[in-house]
Write a protein that binds this ligand. Structure first.
Ligand SMILES: Nc1nc2c(c(=O)[nH]1)N[C@H]1C(S)=C(S)[C@@H](COP(=O)(O)OP(=O)(O)OC[C@H]3O[C@@H](n4cnc5c(=O)[nH]c(N)nc54)[C@H](O)[C@@H]3O)O[C@H]1N2
Ligand SMILES: Nc1nc2c(c(=O)[nH]1)N[C@H]1C(S)=C(S)[C@@H](COP(=O)(O)OP(=O)(O)OC[C@H]3O[C@@H](n4cnc5c(=O)[nH]c(N)nc54)[C@H](O)[C@@H]3O)O[C@H]1N2
Ligand code: SF4
Ligand SMILES: [Mo]
Length: 713
């Protein structure tokens, strides 16, 4: 066991802040500042600082549990793994391989996500695998793929932000969701740049802005089109850039011209002078950026919405140029890597497509299987959860807590209960694990080594700093144990570096190429940005496995330096041009009416993380954020006769939730907001609408129609 400080990274969000961990006498670790990591330069939020509390055996699982006469009781690892293998085998024998489902998470390391995808396709032979990242940034990923031919959250390092001229931050509350990153935006303003925040609420982030636009939830598409209309009307299009580096402008332009500013004002509630001011701030400086987060993305039209914001960047020549570009602020610790290596329904490692014959051949060869044995694409996350108990009879779940985090959660909870067999691997007894037939206690961040890829596309080595307690095993050991029991002895190593070596080969030549990255290199450098292809061996012709003008391939010779900045010479499309999309505004899947006259939107608070499975077990964080609430405008509160702290009921077509009122003039009077971190009576997802984006299959977490009622105590 190590005694000195280990430089590593936080278990939670996509910033993957650097921290030092030193083993403490009680077996946990102490967190201390690690100033050398450029993303956070030592700064941590409260969640990162208190993360070791979840290592304590007082709050975590330390023994496998199996259901016996209705209750979960401790069992040996052999018994637990045998039961899971039996459960999955029985389902496969009775209903076929596609009746076995697998659900993963964007918090899993690259090694785990890769192995989980391989396990589903090779061991279970099922097409039914997806993960919680579908609920996160899938709309931005789909839009980025369409426009640029590649999806990497940020196409530049965060360090570029202070040097640009203007940033439009659309639906991100990073002052609460990524606090150490706020520094980049303060520095931007100190350097004379401007910040525009688009959010229906005056958040802590909006407080920092030069201009705050507060649209009705679900109207970002109209807003972006209105801005583009003004860009054209005011003669601010960069014609030479559009000519040289893009395709599809005429149709996109025509679509935007149909969105008159006055019309956009009526849809969004953002005034025409504010629209004009935003265009001026965005267009006047030499360089500018648009960054989106969950606000515009978690909509049933999230892909088109992000596409419209990308259009704005393309029309003004603000993509693929230094200090300019569009980026998505990915959310989970490995939100980026977790979407690249095959736990997604339609995907193979290296961000390859499961439907591409060449991709299938390449990966099947690495896996030592027949390409024809690989199943095709399966259902998306919500559709998979919705099929539990009907088409899907058994589920293996790793790294998500859908009882709290899935839309229309009461229905999903009921689907989980209707399964023939549910196995959950988790570090704590989450609300979802509590429903399982078998629960496996797994190691967590400080106790195991693995790589994550942060929101900048920077691949990082998260190093083990302490010895895990007896009784827990890693997710890789779990998958190895299950594979063996299901008749696949080889190909499921338990050493993360060995898995990474295989991942390198599987990703080689793919869009997210990690083949030039190694553990020793990651330990030495502060992360490496993908794509990072392996330098060809002496005498080998680099052009053999890459198109001659492939932007990601370096000349033969020295180790590839990685790619901090994408698209500077060309976009990753076949012809190197970015694609405009011709999109028009449309309403949310559920708009307010007489019965449900108010819009509900949902999101986060700084002291809790996601479903709260981990952070609700930390005293300091619970003291700061003890429970759910309903944020509402004083006018709405007055109409209800509700005072601060009074319980109010929020009712949608899916159900009813009750939480204390939090009254603020910082929210639109036609909108209420609830954070989604809690189960039970105040569960926001009891209310949310699982209407899906047609392309990304992202549910509409950010807009549904509700009625708000006073509750008699
Ligand atoms: N403290 C904390 N930090 C986290 C997380 C956490 O759970 N807690 N989770 C991590 C993860 S996985 C993610 S994905 C990120 C998410 O990070 P963010 O996207 O910043 O988080 P959210 O609070 O979901 O949404 C951001 C803002 O969108 C606004 N919004 C709501 N509806 C709309 C709309 O229709 N249009 C626009 N423009 N804005 C709208 C909300 O008011 C909210 O302020 O955070 C990461 N960091
Ligand atoms: N209403 C509403 N709902 C939302 C959102 C919203 O904005 N509004 N946001 C959505 C978004 S962006 C996201 S990302 C999802 C997230 O929601 P979830 O998918 O529920 O994410 P977590 O709460 O992080 O769940 C991770 C679980 O895995 C466990 N875990 C952590 N690390 C590991 C590991 O290494 N191995 C294993 N086996 N388990 C581990 C944790 O203890 C926890 O129980 O929620 C979505 N739901
Ligand atoms: S901002 Fe994110 S990565 Fe940084 S300490 Fe907080 S939770 Fe961890
Ligand atoms: Mo997320």
């Amino acid at each position: 066991m190590q005694n000195s400080a280990t430089p590593t990274h936080c278990p939670y969000c996509a910033l993957q802040c650097g921290m030092n961990l030193t083993p403490a006498p009680d077996g946990t670790v102490e967190v201390s500042e690690r100033a050398d990591f450029p993303v956070n330069r030592g700064a941590l939020c409260g969640k990162g600082r208190t993360a070791p509390a979840v290592l304590s055996s007082r709050v975590r699982l330390t023994s496998p549990l199996v259901r016996s006469e209705g209750t979960l009781v401790p069992a040996s690892w052999d018994e637990a793994l045998d039961r899971i293998a039996e459960g999955l085998s029985r389902t496969r024998a009775e209903h076929g391989p596609d009746a076995c489902g697998v659900f993963g998470g964007g918090g899993l390391t690259n090694e785990k996500a890769y192995t989980l995808g391989k396990f589903a396709r090779v061991v279970l032979g099922t097409s039914q695998i997806d993960y919680n990242g579908r609920f996160c940034m899938s709309s931005a990923a789909a839009a980025g793929m369409k426009a640029f031919g590649l999806d990497r959250g940020l196409p530049f390092p965060l360090e570029d932000i202070p040097k640009t001229g203007c940033v439009i931050l659309v639906g991100s509350n990073l002052a609460e969701t990524m606090p150490p990153s706020l520094r980049f935006f303060s520095e931007l303003r100190e350097n004379g740049g401007t910040l525009i925040v688009v959010d229906p609420r005056r958040t802590k982030t909006a407080d920092q802005a030069d201009l705050h636009l507060a649209p009705r939830p679900g109207t970002d598409l109209a807003l972006a089109l209105g801005l583009l209309h003004l860009v054209v009307a005011e003669g601010r299009v960069d014609e030479a850039y559009v000519q040289e580096r893009t395709a599809g402008w005429e149709d996109a332009r025509a679509a935007a011209m149909a969105h008159w500013p006055e019309h956009v004002e009526r849809i969004t509630g953002v005034s025409v002078p504010q629209l004009r001011e935003a265009v001026r701030l965005f267009c006047e400086p030499e360089a500018a950026m648009v960054l989106t987060a969950r606000g515009p993305e978690q909509q049933s039209k999230g892909t088109d919405t992000v596409g419209a914001w990308i259009n704005l960047c393309l029309a003004t020549g603000r993509a693929g140029r230094p200090l300019s570009g569009y980026g998505c602020l990915t959310g989970q610790g490995n939100g980026q890597g977790g979407r690249e290596h095959g736990q997604k329904a339609d995907q193979l490692p290296g961000y390859r497509k499961l439907t591409d014959p060449a991709a299938r051949r390449h990966v099947a060869e690495v896996w030592g299987v027949d390409p024809d044995s690989l199943p095709g694409p399966g259902r998306s996350a919500y559709e998979l959860l919705d099929a539990l108990g009907t088409d899907i009879r058994s589920l293996l779940l790793m790294g998500s807590n859908p009882v709290v985090s899935a839309p229309r959660a009461a229905h999903i909870e009921e689907r989980l209960r209707s399964l023939d067999f549910l196995a959950v691997a988790d570090v704590v007894l989450s609300e979802t694990a509590a429903l399982a037939d078998v629960v496996l206690p797994v190691t967590q961040w400080a106790e195991e080594t693995g790589t994550t890829t942060n929101l900048e596309g920077r691949v990082l080595l998260r190093k083990r700093a302490i010895t895990p307690p007896a009784g827990v095993r890693s997710d890789l050991e779990v998958l190895n144990g299950l594979a063996g029991r299901l008749g696949v002895e080889k190909g499921f190593p338990t050493d993360p570096e060995e898995v990474f070596e295989e991942l390198r080969r599987a990703s080689a030549g793919g869009p997210a190429d990690y083949s030039g990255i190694t553990y020793p290199r990651l330990a030495e450098e502060n992360g490496v940005f993908w794509p990072c292809p392996e330098a060809p061996e002496d005498g080998e012709d680099a052009s053999l496995d890459a198109p001659a003008d492939d932007p990601v391939r370096d000349a033969a010779g020295a180790a590839h330096p990685g790619t901090p900045r994408l698209f500077l010479d060309r976009f990753a499309t076949e012809d190197g041009r970015a694609r405009f999309v011709a999109v028009s505004h449309r309403a949310a899947a559920e708009e307010p009416d007489d019965e449900y006259p108010v819009l509900l939107t949902t999101g986060r608070v700084v002291a809790q993380y996601q479903s709260g499975a981990q952070t609700r077990r930390v005293d300091e964080l619970n003291a700061a954020a003890p429970g759910p609430f309903v944020e509402l405008h004083p006018r709405l509160a007055e109409r209800l006769g509700a005072a601060e702290g009074d319980p109010v009921a929020v009712v949608s077509r899916r159900g009813r939730a009750v939480a204390p009122a939090r009254i603020t003039s910082g929210i639109r009077p036609d909108t209420v907001f609830m954070p989604f971190h809690w189960p039970g009576e105040g569960r926001a997802n009891t209310l949310t609408n699982p209407a899906l984006d047609p392309t990304s299959r992202m549910p509409e977490f950010k807009a549904c129609a509700v009625r708000v009622e006073a509750v008699q105590e």
